[in-house]
Design a protein around this ligand. Structure first.
Ligand SMILES: *Cc1c(COP(=O)(O)O)cnc(C)c1O
Length: 419
């Protein structure tokens, strides 16, 4: 998509843009507290009425009344696979290749090992130094358990990721959208480049699943992990998911072998025998209540057109960038998000010397974004429950906070545990 096709300018009237919005009706399905403009759905999506209803049914009926019978009668045991099949179309995957389970971090541990086992002659993992840190910590954990494996990091301004991919590279671990800058990688091009060099690729979809039209099958991706508590709105601590291309299923070898990944879990055999397909990525008992919230949250996506989501997301981010440029020109804000639409995910980040304090002042005024160290103000834009009037209002509040230096109030410099 080119910049022109986004076709949004700072001077456009936000109410008119909202009136023409094909996705405007979805907002009613979410709980957005009065007075809040929520620009942090890239960190924790809001509750939807569908997720809350599913959670209540799971607690009050399936657990309280059904008790242990619900493992069968309510389909609890099969949730990782049934929910995985609901996620599949959102990330451009045919059924049977996605399983929901555990956390992103834990799943990356399994996937890195699985990829290394598939490429036994090669011992190098390539990743980005700018990656969300847990991805690197877990890669370091893999090298600690496999001492012959090394981790090569592409550092901003030094080495491009692709220049590190060589005949030693077993697997490339890459973020689809950078959590700090919002930069979007070209999935197809990088996947082809890595595979041409004989490497496998693991994509981290934390900031793209639910935010744009991901096309895992079409891009020939090997493996991916994704998050459901960000753009998929499934609630705090909701299970992550794993994608494994069908062509790899017969050869999956992951280290966290547990009874949920056994071919016959209720035979209680002494030896491990891997289950077929993506079930092989399961380890132990899964959080059923979180799964039910996730399943409810996913119902909303059944009729969502992801190309419309992508289009509106680019319009919202463009509108925000242009209005900030116009209205906050007097202040030292540096946009670190790519302005070319095809290189941008669904968030906008500005560097500002007093980013932490400014974000606290914004939150105090109902405009919820977040801060990322050392000096980044981060704003996520989610087409299903945000409109152009919200964006215009958020920019007006940002302007007020900067113009009046409201951020200087000492109460805004108190550091909280979670930022
Ligand atoms: C949010 C996020 C995670 C979080 O990992 P958890 O295991 O769910 O805590 C990991 N990687 C990236 C890129 C993220 O954005």
């Amino acid at each position: 998509m080119s910049a022109n096709s986004v076709n949004i300018h700072a001077s456009m009237n936000p109410s008119e843009l909202d009136a023409a919005d094909a996705l405007g009706a979805y907002r009613r399905q979410f709980v957005i507290p009065e007075g809040v403009i929520y620009l942090d759905g890239n960190s924790l999506g809001p509750a939807s009425y569908a997720a809350l209803a599913a959670l209540e049914t799971a607690a009050k009926e399936e657990w309280a009344q059904g008790m242990i019978r619900s493992w069968n009668s309510a389909g609890w045991f099969n949730l990782p696979v049934s929910v995985g099949d609901k996620i599949a179309p959102i990330v451009g995957a045919e059924m049977g290749q996605v399983v929901a389970c555990d956390t992103i971090t834990v799943n990356l541990y399994k996937l890195l090992h699985a990829a290394l086992a598939l490429n036994p002659g090669r011992r190098k993992i390539v990743a980005e130094a700018s990656s969300f840190p847990t991805d690197l910590y877990v890669a370091q954990g893999v090298t600690a358990t496999l001492p012959d494996v090394t981790l090569a990091l592409a550092e901003d301004g030094k080495a491009e990721l692709t220049s590190l991919i060589d005949a030693e590279t077993a697997v490339v671990l890459v973020n689809h959208v950078d959590y700090r800058t919002g930069a979007l990688r070209n999935m197809q091009a990088l996947t082809q480049q890595a595979q041409a060099a004989g490497a496998l690729v693991i994509w981290d979809l934390s900031h793209s699943a639910g935010a744009l039209d991901v096309a895992l099958d079409a891009c020939g991706v090997d493996f991916a992990v994704g998050c459901t508590y960000k753009y998929l709105n499934a609630g705090p601590g909701a299970p992550a998911f794993v994608y494994a291309a069908k062509r790899h299923h017969a050869h999956i070898k992951q280290p966290l072998t547990g009874w949920w990944g056994h071919a016959r879990p209720f035979a209680f055999e002494t030896g491990y025998d891997r289950a077929d397909g993506v079930r092989a990525f399961l380890t132990g008992t899964q959080p059923v209540l979180s799964f039910r919230a996730l399943s409810g949250a996913l119902d909303i996506w059944e009729d969502v057109d992801l190309s419309q989501v992508r289009r509106k997301s680019l319009q919202l981010t463009q509108y925000f960038i242009e209005r900030v440029k116009t209205e906050c020109a007097a202040h030292d804000l540096v946009c670190i998000t790519p302005e070319a639409p095809e290189q941008r995910g669904s968030q906008v980040s500005f560097q500002f010397e007093h980013a932490y304090e400014a974000i606290q002042a914004l939150i105090d005024r109902g405009v919820i974004g977040d801060f990322r160290a050392p000096n980044v103000m981060r704003f996520g834009f989610t087409p299903l429950y945000l409109g152009f009037t919200d964006v215009a209002h958020a920019v007006a509040v940002l302007k007020e906070v900067l113009d009046t230096q409201a951020w200087k109030d000492p109460k805004y410099s108190i550091r909280t545990t979670v930022t």
